[in-house]
Design a protein around this ligand. Structure first.
Ligand code: SME
Length: 167
């Protein structure tokens, strides 16, 4: 029996994300489910977590939300710090193939070799981000970026929907 190619895997995971989205009763539950699902199904996704922007604090800070993987010392990250700060302040996905060569990198685990951080938008503004670390160098190719951006987009839609619900 042929083993499934990476793109088959991506299709399978995307379908599981869609199911999770329809079964989740809140954005919170959906986010928790995404961390579990990506960490479990994709072997190179060794740390999967959300950072959410707290703009009630001055200066604004990225606060750690749901995550799977090793405990991180970085529970609150300023926008001028780390790969996380770079993604949130630019509003652009950041992919780092070799974290040891990126001076912005804040170490979470000695095993981490590469990282992707994708901003989450709510009403056109950055509201948080989905951060994934890998123990493998250059773990995040084009297919991965597409998948992680898809997850971030769905989370943004859920958060946006909840923010306009009547109180
Ligand atoms: N590496 C991130 C910090 C978060 S940990 O990876 C969980 C950064 O450089 O911003």
């Amino acid at each position: 029996m042929p083993t499934s190619s990476p793109s088959d895997k991506q299709i399978e995971v995307r379908a599981a994300i869609d199911r999770l989205n329809s079964e989740s009763r809140s954005a919170e539950q959906f986010m928790k489910g995404i961390t579990l699902l990506l960490n479990e199904k994709l072997l190179k996704y060794n740390w999967v977590g959300f950072y959410m922007l707290e703009d009630s604090t001055q200066p604004p800070v990225l606060a750690l939300g749901h995550y799977q993987g090793a405990m991180t010392p970085h529970t609150r990250i300023h926008l001028n710090q780390g790969i996380c700060g770079a993604a949130a302040s630019s509003g652009k996905t950041v992919v780092v193939d070799d974290v040891s060569k990126d001076s912005r990198y804040l170490a979470c685990s000695l095993e981490t070799k590469s990282e992707i951080v994708v901003p989450i938008f709510v009403h056109g503004e950055v509201a948080g981000e989905l951060d994934i670390d890998s123990h493998f160098p250059a773990a995040f190719g084009g297919d991965d970026q597409t998948l992680v951006e898809y997850c971030a987009r769905l989370v943004g839609q859920r958060l946006e929907f909840e923010s306009v619900k009547p109180r």
